[in-house]
Design a protein around this ligand. Structure first.
Ligand code: ADP
Length: 393
């Protein structure tokens, strides 16, 4: 069976999926991850039916870093029979200003992607490490980079600039936008499940541990809440979202914090975790009676409502709001609270449809269509990878 391997390498985990390339399209075969890399590694994988194929805790010396995890994955995959690996598709967080589409990786591309490490120092090196290793192990195996930024390269200039000296824009200080693989997938799904809506003005709310929103006009991204990094926009599990840069100056100038300390505060100690002091996980906050957890949810809903208003203004109106990702797909209570703030846009929720996370959750006659469309970033990567392979596969 011809298969495509999808890799999504983070700071402490290597997530992977295997898709079969069949006559009717891509079919998910295996989903797994090696997490706790360098701390307490655990290798898990399940087949398409959800049955466990492996669940092993490994010695930290065996999996001290990402290349070691990639090697362990290679050994495990080799032990499976019946799969013929045709290509590897990688999630790469940053495609810089130039890449507006996925790209086959060669030495020149790899060098350009390395230059974007400065733009995403916490993510890009991790994304590139497995690419290098696969090139060493199997130089002829096609590899494709699929970018979180690419889908947003259709932004008009007014959504791509900061009001700072232009020279900085020219050297790459721009509003890139992220979660592009998710938005690309949702945009495609909308064409299938709601073709009329797909032609119109849609705000997609990707609400997970990382959270952002995207303004889609006729399926193309025209604005997004994230900017130069994935810190901007909505409050997230551990990131603050939009913050006055003066706060950062205060932390450095008055509190004498180092760059590393500020970075850690902004990436890992803020957001829902920092506000609530309870948890970064929305499930914990919803279950908690702690007033700080209640406040964190109020804050999240407030910022979502404000952002939807902003993105609607960017499109001169909005026809639909689509929820996706962990919170967007699974938390009816949060969806209901956000919808309740959108009466001024004509939104009316169908509570029963919302309770079962139906595709359309707005009431009949609601001027704003409310929808839930589960995202599938890995399938998007597999599709993008397949599209760049020779047609014989
Ligand atoms: P990421 O891919 O960014 O890690 P996900 O899209 O998987 O994140 O979303 C994870 C988050 O979704 C969790 O942290 C949790 O807050 C939220 N979540 C998942 N399931 C539920 C649920 N049933 N109710 C509320 N929140 C949920």
């Amino acid at each position: 069976m011809d298969v495509i391997l999808v890799l999504n390498a983070g700071s402490s985990s290597l997530k992977f999926q295997i898709f079969a390339v069949g006559p009717t399209g891509l079919e998910r075969q295996i989903k797994g991850q090696i997490d706790g890399i360098g701390v307490h590694p655990r290798f898990r994988a399940a087949d398409a039916a959800g049955a466990t194929m492996i669940d092993e805790r490994l010695e930290v010396q065996a999996i001290p870093d990402l290349p070691a995890a990639t090697r362990a994955l290679k050994v495990w995959l080799r032990g499976l029979s019946g799969y013929s690996l045709q290509a590897v598709g990688h999630r790469v967080v940053h495609g810089g200003p130039d890449y507006s589409a996925p790209v086959r990786i060669d030495e020149v591309v790899l060098e350009r992607l390395r230059a974007f490490e400065a733009l995403a120092p916490l993510h890009q090196p991790n994304n590139l490490a497995p690419i290098r290793l696969v090139r060493e192990l199997a130089p002829d195996l096609p590899q494709v980079a699929c970018f979180d930024t690419a889908f947003h390269r259709s932004h008009p200039a007014v959504a791509d600039f900061y009001a700072i000296p232009r020279a900085l824009h020219d050297e790459g200080v721009r509003r890139y936008g992220f979660h592009g693989l998710s938005y690309d997938y949702v945009s495609q799904r909308l064409r299938v499940v709601a073709p009329e809506i797909a032609k119109g003005r849609v705000v997609v709310a990707h609400l997970g541990s990382g959270a952002s929103m995207c303004a889609l006009k006729a399926g193309k991204s025209v604005d997004s809440t994230m900017g130069f990094t994935a810190l901007d926009g909505l409050p997230m599990g551990t990131r603050p979202g939009q913050i006055d840069p003066g706060v950062v100056l205060y932390l450095i100038g008055q509190k004498r914090m180092t760059t590393a300390e500020v970075s850690s505060l902004l990436y890992t100690d803020s957001g829902m975790k920092g506000l609530s002091g309870v948890s970064n996980d929305m499930r914990d906050l919803l279950a908690s009676t702690d007033p700080r957890a209640v406040f964190a949810i109020d804050y999240f809903v407030q910022r979502c409502a404000v952002s939807i208003g902003g993105l609607a203004a960017a499109m001169d109106g909005v026809d639909a709001l689509v929820f996706t990702a962990g919170i967007g797909e699974n938390a009816p209570g949060i969806r209901a609270r956000i919808a309740a703030r959108l009466g001024w846009l004509g939104a009316a929720l169908d509570e029963q449809a919302n309770a079962i996370s139906a595709t359309v959750i707005s009431a009949h006659g609601s001027a704003l269509r409310l929808m839930v469309v589960p995202t599938d970033e890995e399938l998007m990567i597999a599709q993008q990878t397949l599209a760049l392979l020779p047609p014989t596969i």
